[in-house]
Design a protein around this ligand. Structure first.
Ligand code: NAX
Length: 331
């Protein structure tokens, strides 16, 4: 049996946490031969519900679940973490502006970045899910002194999966036949689901779906607005599909990317595709060994795509400017 790996999860008693923990413990994230130790982090008011979640995890008697620690102390929560999944954040309240939300959450991710730097394992990788996830990841990264920037990610995989599903439905094929789908930019309503480079059964999407107006219009807005549509239908935001996006993201970063394909995740920009350096922006990435990753750098960007990428990158710059006091860089 392998040694257990340690996964710290914030917001563990929330909706996404409830859909996520059981899948990690069952082996869906790291494989069916990899034991896991869970460190579950909540704020004080969430600790009672978290105790109930821990009871349910116990009651599953998962063979791979090595240990569970439930805590509201960040230093305890991130001790020895190989992966930190930052799911918890404060939702936007009535009358709260985006700028207020950025500030409130910014403080949370400042503390979490510092606690990760002080307590996690040397190979720590951090995936931020809690919104606004790109900018929260930017703040955590800038406050995690000594942790390499390429170990910070923000989740856009749910958006990628949503886009694949929409394209498959339009083309009348199975979603597994859609590949090379990249989400660019921010996990927000400005994101750009890139259908130009996407493929269906190995063919360019634009050869398979002839309805260009749908691709340029309804397709993009449906992917951008999918979260809102789910809230309207379900009366609550995406949880199981978001948890599935977390599982898919971590699996994609820890296993080699299939030949010729790529995956979407927001990473620290090194200036690729003219995206401003050090923003956490979604782009196409590949990993050959399941450890290091690189941006797929040779895609030709047409003027339509460029105009969409410019919009979402501009929003990321604005978000960064709104939290510049928390990240100690000029913006
Ligand atoms: P819930 O409100 O159900 O759960 C959040 C949990 O986080 C609560 O239990 C709360 O007590 C806890 N929490 C709050 N502040 C915390 C802190 N400082 N430390 C530890 N725990 C803390 O929300 P849920 O539906 O689970 O969503 C969680 C986050 O995911 C939200 O910010 C949401 O907007 C975001 N999402 C991100 C997505 C993405 O693709 N990146 C998609 C789904 C989701 O909208």
């Amino acid at each position: 049996m392998k040694d257990p790996i340690t996964i710290s999860i914030t917001g563990a008693a929330g909706q996404i946490g409830y859909a996520l923990l059981f899948r990690i413990a069952s082996g869906a994230m790291f494989g069916v031969d990899q034991p896991v130790s869970l460190r579950l982090i909540e704020i004080e008011p969430g600790m009672k519900a978290l105790a109930g979640v821990v009871m349910e995890l116990d009651d599953c008697a998962f063979p791979l679940l090595h240990s569970i620690e439930a805590t509201s102390d960040l230093n305890v929560g991130f001790t020895g973490a190989n992966w930190a999944l930052l799911v918890g954040s404060v939702p936007r309240g009535p009358g709260m502006e985006r700028k207020d939300l950025l500030q409130v959450n910014g403080k949370i991710f400042t503390n979490q970045g510092q606690a990760i730097a002080a307590n996690a394992a040397n190979d720590i990788r951090t995936l931020v899910v809690g919104n606004p996830c790109n900018t929260n990841a930017l703040i955590a990264m800038n406050n995690a002194s000594g942790v390499p920037k390429e170990r910070f990610f923000a989740m856009t995989r749910l958006d990628e999966n949503r886009a694949k599903s929409q394209l498959a439905a339009k083309a009348g094929c199975h979603h597994s036949e859609v590949s090379n789908l990249c989400i660019w930019g921010n996990h927000s309503a400005t994101q750009y689901p890139d259908f130009i480079h996407a493929k269906i059964k190995g063919q360019p999407v634009t050869n398979v779906i002839s309805d260009g107006a749908w691709l340029e219009g309804e397709f993009i807005s449906q992917v951008q607005q999918r979260g809102a549509a789910i809230i309207q239908a379900r009366g609550a935001s995406s949880a199981a599909s978001a948890a599935n996006g977390v599982v898919d993201t971590v699996r994609s970063l820890t296993t080699p990317t299939p030949k010729g394909d790529w995956t979407s995740v927001a990473v620290c920009s090194d200036g690729a595709y003219g995206i401003e350096k050090d923003l956490i922006a979604s782009m196409p990435i590949r990993t050959e060994d399941g450890k290091s990753w690189d941006v797929v750098r040779d895609l030709e960007i047409d003027p339509f795509s460029q105009s969409k990428i410019d919009i979402t990158v501009k929003e990321l710059c604005e978000e960064r400017a709104a939290v510049k006091d928390l990240i100690k860089v000029d913006s």
